[in-house]
Design a binder for this molecule. Structure first.
Ligand code: GDP
Ligand code: CA
Length: 316
């Protein structure tokens, strides 16, 4: 039984704020249990880069692929993709440390062609989503370029993918910058969607690396602050990210450990926080600061994503 049918209640309008893999898993769950016209996903573009002459938007593509059900085994890229183009590029003498699969490359070719024709990133994203059969509205946070820069011990500033992919996100992150964010406008429809929403869900994405660059765009954070409910879903289990550096980055940026750190990362933005059943002992530290909800927040497959999405909708 879909939510639509439950006691004839109209489904709540929900906007999901998302990074890549963690956000995409939450997105597919919400898309499974909500009609497509009440769900919008606003995606980080701070990781976007030019590679091989192409406009690459890793988080947007992870969300689109996951919503289309074609994501790769680790949550990014396309399932069963091959790397012939990378091999050929390498033979041609190019640096192929940042790898893009053959099918994934096509997405980036299509996007780059659209941008070169003068289309916006939003328009390119709509077209890509439609071609993949994605019905949910997926917005880039902005059509303007925003570049996440990462300061590491010693003070050196790195491009995001240099830190994340090339250096394997092993460095201690001492500071972050979101170049271009201050002068960026939210993509068309983003503020409207947030303002019309009964709830904003902050996905279990990396808070500093994936969500802060979205909140840094003027107008987005203030629109979220005005939402009736802002529900954060934790990316941490026992204080540690399932994959990637979220807990390490949070620590080196001076945030408290565990879900207290998640709460602190959003500086009063959350009305509700959903944490894992395994972290019930954090209840006392979090009590009184936020409406706390404890459930299984692992989403290894579509069914678990949908189950968590239902739990989130139930608390609204
Ligand atoms: P990226 O842009 O691909 O690095 O991905 P995100 O920033 O969106 O998500 C990274 C975070 O997702 C990590 O901190 C993980 O702990 C979290 N994550 C991944 N899978 C799951 C899951 O199944 N459940 C929850 N709650 N978090 C997850
Ligand atoms: Ca990302």
């Amino acid at each position: 039984v879909g939510l639509r049918g439950e006691q004839g209640k109209a489904p709540k309008r929900v906007v999901l704020i998302s990074g890549g893999v963690g956000g995409a898993r939450m997105a597919r769950g919400l898309a499974e249990v909500l009609p497509s016209d009440v769900l919008s996903v606003v995606v980080n573009v701070g990781d976007d880069l030019r590679a091989y002459g192409l406009a690459v938007s890793p988080d947007l593509d992870t969300v689109l692929y996951t919503l289309a059900g074609i994501e790769g085994p680790h949550g990014w890229g396309i399932a069963g993709d091959t790397y012939s183009a990378m091999e050929r590029l390498s033979e041609a003498g190019l640096d192929t440390e940042f790898k893009i699969g053959d099918k994934d490359l096509v997405t980036n070719l299509v996007r780059t062609a659209a941008l070169d024709r003068g289309e916006t990133l939003s328009q390119a994203t709509v077209a890509l989503g439609a071609a993949m059969g994605v019905e949910v509205q997926v917005f880039p946070a902005t059509d303007a370029p925003v570049k996440t820069k990462v300061a590491i011990t010693g003070g050196e500033w790195l491009d995001f993918q240099d830190y994340f992919v090339i250096r394997g996100n092993r460095d201690d992150v001492t500071d972050l910058r979101f170049d271009g964010a201050e002068s960026a406008s939210p993509a068309p429809g983003v503020v409207e969607a947030i303002s019309a929403a009964e709830a904003v869900v902050i996905a279990p994405s990396n808070p500093p690396l994936s969500v802060w660059p979205v909140l840094a765009i003027p107008g987005i954070r203030s629109a979220i602050e005005a939402a009736p409910r802002v529900v954060g879903v934790s990316p941490l289990f026992g204080g540690v990210a399932l994959k990637g550096p979220a807990h390490r980055v949070m620590k080196s940026l001076g945030l408290p450990p565990g879900n207290l750190g998640v709460l602190a990362a959003y500086q009063g933005l959350l009305s509700d926080l959903v944490i894992d059943v395994g972290d019930g002992t954090e209840r006392d530290t979090l009590a009184g600061q936020v409406k706390l909800h404890i459930t299984d927040i692992r989403m290894p497959d579509l069914a678990s994503s949908a189950r968590l999405a239902r739990s989130v909708l139930e608390i609204l």
